[in-house]
Write a protein that binds this ligand. Structure first.
Ligand SMILES: Cc1cc2nc3c(=O)[nH]c(=O)nc-3n(C[C@H](O)[C@H](O)[C@H](O)COP(=O)(O)OP(=O)(O)OC[C@H]3O[C@@H](n4cnc5c(N)ncnc54)[C@H](O)[C@@H]3O)c2cc1C
Length: 476
């Protein structure tokens, strides 16, 4: 019997960077999609976002215009001599390290150009690439189900509407309900995100005012380090403002809801009493007395369950110490949009998600785990590096390029080959021969969640296992 060729109907839950990124990639390939967003309008939390060369490459591979428009809003370090620097590592104590003979560590790469943007500007770029009507606002999903009989996914909204689609991509963020729909029946312990035992205070300072307090230091990205404390600061908004994220390691569990919590201003300021007096002044003037807890998903055993798939923070929310979380979401969006662009009928969705999971999960989970380790390092708590800023700088300079220079084109080629192999009804010997290294990894179903960004970066030749056969489940 000839296979059917009906393009599947695709629903995305959530219009954050992940959901919009996927929609941009799909629309570029003429794959129709609808985004269901619970909020009444586009919104973004926080101010600045740093994006590495891998994120920019993912944008360009999805849609050249996306990359060009981002180019117009991005900001680097204001000092041209520091344009290749991701940030400078300094001490946070009085004198910013100089008292102990530390004059700053350069973390960057000659091929790297620093880029960050205001989240609102990034959102503006992304929504300009989505035709009106693609995003349905005020559509909070309250229930997701996959009946055992009859292929497809039912979405129920808070207004009572129920729709049936062929597939759902959950881009609904770290607390999104799609995670339960994918993991709930098989890995219930992995549904909820885990407290990374740290929280942040955030703030924005007009750059001229920040310079009046701390000098030219405010013009370029810095990470001020102290035991169990940190302060990241970098220019945004065309260089008119500095974004500040101040990190505190927490010894206690986070009790109550996973949301930012107001605290007395004095309590916040007391956290920085061992900092340089200029940083204390900036805290006093610009930090909001609001503790943002950092949760993450260090373990996600699979990114899909039959016709429901995870993308972005719902799959791999990360601590922000490498400024890489949204970039991983954009990499997901590139790969999944390319694979879904090949799908000719709903029957092929299983193969599409298997390929996506096998390529994306090892890399993205590697970034989550490493970002947590890096946070501990920047808290000067690393068991080997301790307070040795040079070792911390050297380690960052080895690690970050593995995120930045990952070969995304090779991922796309591998995904295409794997998908074709899995969906070809008659595999001729020529196809098998031409995809030999890939078919080996596709067909080897080893049980492993092990991943390494190192291996992935070294030619993207990680032997990536496929997920086990997935039972259909019904979850809310
Ligand atoms: C302090 C901090 C700093 C960071 N800095 C960086 C950085 O510099 N660089 C970087 O790359 N990353 C950074 N990140 C990570 C980055 O912010 C996230 O990875 C990214 O924003 C996640 O995007 P997302 O689209 O997956 O999820 P979200 O942005 O959370 O979007 C989810 C969307 O889904 C919607 N939604 C949720 N549930 C439902 C529902 N039931 N029905 C309908 N809609 C729903 C929400 O309203 C929302 O619009 C940082 C994170 C933090 C906390």
């Amino acid at each position: 019997m000839a296979p059917s060729t009906t393009q599947p109907s695709i629903a995305i839950i959530g219009s954050g960077i992940g959901g919009l990124g996927l929609a941009i990639g799909l629309l570029k390939q003429n794959v129709p999609v609808t985004i269901y967003e619970g909020a009444a309008k586009f919104d973004s939390v926080g101010a600045g976002i740093g994006l590495g060369p891998n994120a920019l490459k993912a944008m360009a591979l999805m849609d050249e215009t996306f990359a060009k428009l981002y180019d117009e809003i991005k900001v680097g370090n204001l000092d041209p001599k520091r344009k290749n620097e991701q940030f400078e590592a300094l001490g946070a104590e009085e004198g910013l390290g100089e008292a102990t003979g530390w004059y700053g560590g350069h973390i960057g790469d000659p091929k790297f150009t620093r880029s960050s943007a205001h989240r609102k500007s990034l959102l503006g770029v992304m929504k300009s690439l989505i035709p009106e009507g693609t995003v349905k606002f005020n559509k909070r999903v309250t229930h997701i189900s996959q009946p055992r009989e009859g292929k497809g996914v039912y979405l129920e909204f808070h207004d009572g509407e129920i729709i049936k689609v062929d597939t759902v991509v959950g881009c609904d963020g770290i607390k999104g309900m799609s995670r339960r729909a994918v993991l709930g029946s098989r890995y219930p312990e992995e549904v909820a995100s885990k407290y990374a035992k740290m929280y942040v205070y955030r703030g924005i300072a007009p750059i001229e005012e920040a310079k009046a307090i701390i000098g030219s230091v405010a013009e370029n990205a810095k990470w001020f380090m102290a035991p169990r404390r940190g302060w990241a600061m970098y220019p945004i908004s065309d260089g008119r403002e500095a974004n500040i994220v101040a990190f505190i390691q927490d010894i206690n569990p986070w009790v109550g809801e996973q949301v930012a919590r107001e605290c007395p201003r004095e309590e916040m300021l007391a956290e920085f009493t061992k900092f340089d007096h200029r940083l204390q002044k900036l805290a006093e003037l610009y930090l909001k007395p609001m503790k943002w807890p950092l949760f993450h998903h260090p373990d996600t055993p699979t990114y899909f369950n039959d016709r429901i798939c995870l993308l972005g923070d719902s799959a791999h929310a990360s601590t922000p110490s490498q400024a890489a979380g949204a970039g991983q979401g954009l990499e997901d969006a590139l790969l999944l949009s390319r694979i879904l662009g090949l799908v000719k009928s709903p029957d092929e969705l299983g193969a599409a998600f298997q390929v996506y999971d096998s390529i994306r999960r090892p890399r993205a989970q590697g970034v989550v785990r490493e970002s947590y380790e890096v946070a501990i390092e920047y808290f000067l708590e690393h068991p080997v590096y301790g307070m040795d800023m040079q070792q911390i700088t050297d380690a960052a300079n080895k690690r970050l390029p593995l995120i930045w220079w990952h070969n995304l084109e090779a991922d796309v080629v591998r995904a295409t080959d794997c998908f074709k192999l899995l969906t070809s009804t008659t595999v001729d010997s020529k196809t098998v021969e031409s995809t030999k290294p890939i078919s080996h990894s596709v067909l080897t179903k080893t049980d492993s969640t092990a991943s390494s960004i190192e291996k992935a970066a070294a030619g993207n030749d990680v032997l990536t296992p496929l997920a086990e056969e997935i039972p259909v489940s019904t979850n809310g």
